[in-house]
Design a protein around this ligand. Structure first.
Ligand code: PXP
Length: 236
């Protein structure tokens, strides 16, 4: 299982004072040296953390893999096609939310998502859909030619009992098997931390996990390099 670091929260701290530090691009480069397999940023329509300048600079400097999280929004699609990340992960986006709250409603937005995937493919950008671990939604993702799905792990991460956590893990396990049968790559993320990774890593065949908040929070105490390497040690 590979591991990508989401550096959005570094941009949140930077923007708190309208200054240029800490720079999410510098943090991404240190994380790469520490061993991450990719960098993730979410360019939101409201630019609340990551800015277009960050995405363009990351494109020039990231040596591993750049995953651009984004809404299926005309302006952002244009930027994505121009920048050319290795992967574009389509996520639902609401202005009021603190963070992405759940998977895409693929079935109700099928034609918008299909057109977006088509446009990104024309720019040679692979596309992942952030979805719940639901078999019907996975079928729809394959039908509209997604390359990857990213399974929303928030329900697993926020489970209030071991039983609830186990049930969700089984749902994720079944979803991975189904997606792999359809030829989709499978990523996962949201709410994964230093505790639940020990349970989550038992799910076979996940290509990549995307982690943000837990690593950045830990980095406040131990620095980004150590925070990344602690996670890598737990994953392997
Ligand atoms: N994957 C997606 C699609 C996300 O929106 C987020 C949150 O930015 C993550 C993964 C990472 O979640 P967390 O910050 O909880 O690790």
């Amino acid at each position: 299982m590979r591991f990508s670091l989401n550096v959005d929260h570094i941009a949140t701290i930077r923007n708190a004072r309208g200054e240029d530090q800490p720079d999410p691009v510098s943090v991404a480069l240190i994380a790469e040296e520490a061993g991450v397999d990719g960098i993730v940023v979410h360019l939101r329509e409201d630019r609340r953390h990551i800015k277009e300048r960050d995405v363009r600079l990351l494109r020039e400097l990231v040596k591993t893999k750049l995953d651009l999280e984004m809404a299926a929004d005309e302006e952002i699609i244009k930027i994505a096609c121009d920048v050319g990340p290795e992967l574009a992960t389509l996520v639902p986006e609401k202005r009021q939310e603190l963070t992405t709250e759940g998977g895409l409603n693929v079935i109700d937005n099928i034609s918008l998502l299909k057109d977006t995937i088509f446009e990104l493919h024309n720019a040679e950008v692979e596309v992942s859909l952030f979805i719940e671990p639901d078999i019907n939604v996975i079928d729809s993702a394959a039908e509209i030619d997604a390359d990857f799905i990213e399974i929303h792990t928030g329900v697993f991460a926020n489970a209030r009992s071991e039983e609830e956590q186990f049930d969700e893990l089984e749902r994720i396990r079944a979803a991975v098997i189904h997606a792999k049968k359809l030829g989709l790559g499978v990523n996962a993320g949201h709410g994964i931390n230093y505790q639940n990774i020990k349970i989550f890593k038992a799910v076979p065949d996940i290509d990549e996990i995307s982690i943000g908040h837990a690593i950045i929070a830990r980095a406040v105490f131990v620095g980004i390099k150590e925070a990344v390497q602690e996670m890598i040690r737990l994953m392997t």
